[in-house]
Design a protein around this ligand. Sequence first.
Ligand SMILES: [Zn+2]
Length: 338
Amino acid sequence: MLSNKLASAITLCISLLSPPTTAGVIFGSDGNLGGGYRWDADHYEIGGRERSLNGGLRYSMQGGSLTTYRDLFNWDITPTLEAFGITVNQAFDAWQSVDPVTGLTTSLNFVDDSATTQVIGNGFGTVNINGAEIDLLASNAGDAGTRATSYFNASGHEVTLTSGTTNYSNSGAIIGADININNNQGAIYSLDFFGRLLTHEIGHALGLGDVEDFNGNGFIDDNYDDSDKLGTLTNSWGLLVDPLNPAASVGLTQFAPNIVTTAAIQTPGVNILMESQGLGIASGNPVTNKVPLTNDDYGMRQFLYPTLYAAQVPEPSTLAIFSLAILLFLRRSKVTSS
Ligand SMILES: [Zn+2]
């Protein structure tokens, strides 16, 4: 249970180094899978503002258009309007992608509302819930870091989960998020990096924390083992989430920060998008990857926005048999045609 007062959650994302990553973190947890903040799946209004997944999550860009927003930043090579638009769309689309391992889908949906809703923000490292549900802003962090903050405010009302569970009390409701991307004159962005940073910040606006767990919430994982950091921090666990009651998921544990440490998360080969330090960028998850979610990111999406639906994922064994069949067919064809 969360208190009724407004709560705000914060994240600082530093981007220069790229150590690797691993598990999932929610804000405001009770240390035992309860708590966290989500957008309400059911229509919800506060002070005349619609604040829920109903109708999609509306986002708005500072300046009211792609051109204006692009031109608030400094670029190594200024992207064309088309390329910038594609990059912004891809950052949101990544969160709507089907988990390639489990086939889990999502009902998350985003709507560009820039033309009709003006952003309202209070600067780097802050949030103002007015404006769109997610405001994309440019603000000066006071240094040249290519980094951003994503803060949201939440209320303690009971939410409806995307799986259909009503009056879910083990969660707070997000009621407005601001993503502030540093536009200090010294902060020079490549388009690919800007896209990765935005994708990471959208994760925060959805309620995912940095996996380094700076806020002391503890990693959610199924099987963390200090003697096999790489293996246990990269495996898929989204199917272990109880979609009707995530806090009661059997087989998931919230590991305290002194167990799954920042150092563990930096294990080479662990390249989680929600890593604050490095954003998961590594050879296994290059900055050019437009769908950079890993098993842990998909697991966290399922934890916060559970779905009952999975797309069909081909079994590797079926694929192997299929390939073998084609191979046999080809060989036979060759024989008969010769
Ligand atoms: Zn972050």
